[in-house]
Design a protein. Structure first.
Length: 614
């Protein structure tokens, strides 16, 4: 099942509306009668057996669909997606009936809880709702994965447009790609609002206020406490973001002139090297300061010059995990994964990591290109696979990360170890070209362009959806609210005017695919906590950003101890197992970037930082 769905309920299916919802035998009607701890236990055990079977076959359908998009695989995926939705809704409703049984042991209680909140996109139980939900989810997913853009009038697919946003520097072409890609959203609007209605109905039946409330309830704390925690983490990191924004805006102004990028106000969204302005590392060359900013190498160039292939990048990622003492990936990983984009058919290019049989049928699905972004993304995806394998001994309901941010943070933590010294070990960089301490500002700025720039984006996607799901954002102001948040949080502005005829949220993968996004915000913070802890365990004493724990088996053993817990314990315990602390904290991230923050503040002296939200 795909890692980023709560219990595989991502409803990624594509295809046509099923004439009727598939019928499914209900194994549990009799068990409901006796509400005893024993009955609760056998309900869970039977449920997990049923889930395992359906997840495996539905994952196979989803896999074939994602790697071979056509009307037939769409229909298959919709069919199995519907069955999964029906099963999970039924089990969630039944598990609620055992919730107040007296004398439940810890695990029974926790598993009931996780079963109740474990569906990402619930349907109500009324006839036809699950089928309609899956059919629409499918249509949205298709619309996203077959979306196109143009450059110089030439039609290109989404994956190509995504890559070119990182390399093209002509503002007119950037605006063209941005605008044509974003025009894919308009046709999604009605389907999206229908999904919101149906899934909210499903969430209410399960006892939640709405889907946002359901999403916020998966964190071993109340939904309000969770929202407050994300707010605290953003408040702590926001000053660093504002300094980065201020500096980058000035550099873009210098590069393009005030006509293209004014000196004050928001940054034009298409100038930042990424279709969604979520990570800015691709325009490092534009913002690199004289001298200190010349880090002496560019990872994309190193990979291209060394004639790396996509497969070699994946092998390199695997080797990092092996160096920590993790077993090699199974042979089937190499025969079953989709590592590059097929030439002859449509696929879902957005990267994902799978464990199809919930045992060891690990795979990645990527349209890998030989560049720095995908080098990192490969490590990110492999982090999911090693997590999936580490917890595969747990009961199925616990075969998940401590919270969804943990799943997203593991590979990223590994990728923070891709230091110049590590690149020397790989033979990609000559020893003589390792940047000295006088280049630290450049190294940190390069990292901040990806890591710090992401924070407000990581937060706003779900803040928008929380608003949509709780009704404070309505279909008639979907796009205005989205772009207001883009302005408020990120301080960016679209290159062309937007109206309610557009639906810009639909042009970011996770919205039409209903994948919650706060996970990535949490992961941005957590990965620095993990990384700092790993570096301490490795006895590292230098500046944090120069640490690579490559080859350290002690770190690997401690990491594995956290991973193999799955979701069996509240996340603060898992965090404590690896880092010694129970709190999510921005401090390690801030410590990593502290020298840069000081430097940015100096650079920005006399500048009018920030932007007006009027
Ligand atoms: O979606 C992803 C992964 C798959 S879980 C490639 N990421 C987010 C995104 O691309 O928007 C990783 C970073 C943020
Ligand atoms: Zn991921």
């Amino acid at each position: 099942m795909k890692i980023f769905a709560k219990f595989g309920a991502s409803a990624l299916a594509l295809g046509t509306v099923l004439a009727a919802a598939p019928a499914l035998a209900d194994h549990h009607e009799t068990a409901e009668a006796e509400r005893t701890p024993e009955a609760a236990r056998s309900f869970l055990d039977e449920s997990m057996a049923e889930m395992r079977d359906l997840f495996t076959i539905s994952s196979r359908a989803a896999w074939v669909n994602s790697t071979y998009l056509n009307q037939d695989t769409d229909a298959l995926n919709t069919y199995f997606g519907t069955l999964v939705t029906q099963m999970l809704v039924r089990l969630a409703n039944e598990s609620a009936q055992y919730a107040d049984v007296e004398g439940l042991d810890y695990d029974t209680n926790r598993q009931l809880d996780q079963l109740r909140s474990g569906i990402g996109l619930p349907a109500p139980t009324r006839d036809g709702a699950a089928a309609e939900l899956n059919a629409i989810a499918t249509a949205l997913s298709t619309a996203y994965s077959t979306g196109t853009a143009t450059m110089n009038g030439e039609t290109i697919n989404g994956n190509e447009a995504e890559a070119r946003m990182g390399t093209v520097r002509d503002p007119a072409l950037l605006a063209e790609m941005w605008t044509t890609w974003h025009s894919n959203g308009a046709a999604m609007r009605d389907n999206y609002s229908r999904i919101v209605t149906i899934a909210n109905e499903g969430a209410t039946e399960l006892g939640y206020d709405n889907v946002g409330d359901l999403w916020r309830s998966g964190y071993d704390m109340t939904p309000d406490e969770f929202a407050a925690m994300t707010e605290r983490l953003w408040t702590e990191t926001r000053p660093l973001y504002e300094q980065l924004h201020c500096y980058v805006r000035a550099e873009l102004n210098e590069e393009y002139g005030s006509e293209v990028q004014p000196e004050t106000g928001p940054i034009r969204a298409d100038l930042l090297g990424n279709m969604w302005a979520q990570e800015w590392g691709n325009i490092y060359d534009i913002v690199a300061p004289e001298g200190a900013g010349d880090v002496g190498y560019d990872l994309t160039e190193l990979l291209v010059n060394a004639e790396y292939t996509p497969e070699r990048i994946v092998r390199t990622g695997e080797a990092f995990f092996s160096s920590l003492g993790f077993d090699a990936l199974p042979e089937t990983f190499w025969t079953r994964s989709q590592i590059t984009e097929p030439r002859d058919r449509n696929v879902v290019c957005h990267a994902s990591a799978w464990n199809v049989d919930s045992v060891d049928d690990l795979r990645i699905k990527m349209c890998t290109r030989v560049n720095a972004d995908d080098f990192t993304t490969v490590h990110h995806e492999l982090g999911h696979n090693y997590y999936q394998r580490a917890y595969n001994q747990q009961p199925l309901i616990y075969q998940n990360s401590a919270n969804d941010g943990f799943h997203e943070a593991i590979g990223d933590m590994i990728a923070l170890s891709i230091t110049p010294e590590y690149l020397v070990q790989l033979g990609l960089l000559d020893e003589a070209n390792v940047p000295g301490a006088d280049r630290d500002t450049g190294l940190l700025l390069r990292q901040a362009m990806d890591k710090v720039a992401f924070l407000p984006f990581g937060l706003l996607i779900d803040r928008w959806r929380w608003g949509v799901y709780d009704g404070s954002i309505t279909p008639d102001n979907y796009n205005a609210a989205w772009n207001e948040m883009r302005l408020n949080y990120q301080g960016i502005t679209p290159p062309v005017e937007r109206t309610e005829a557009d639906f810009d949220p639909g042009t970011k993968y996770h919205v039409p695919n209903n994948v919650s996004y706060t996970r990535y915000f949490l992961a941005r913070i957590l990965q620095f906590q993990f990384y700092q802890a790993a570096c301490e365990q490795a006895g590292w004493e230098g500046p944090l950003h120069r640490c690579s724990f490559y080859g350290n088996e002690e770190v690997g053993a401690r990491l594995n101890a956290m991973l193999e817990m799955g979701s069996s314990r509240p996340w603060p315990e898992a965090l404590e197992a690896f880092t010694g602390t129970r709190e999510m904290s921005a401090e390690p991230m801030l410590a990593y970037f502290r020298p840069l923050q000081t430097w940015l503040e100096e650079q920005n002296e006399g500048r009018e930082c920030g932007w007006s939200v009027e």
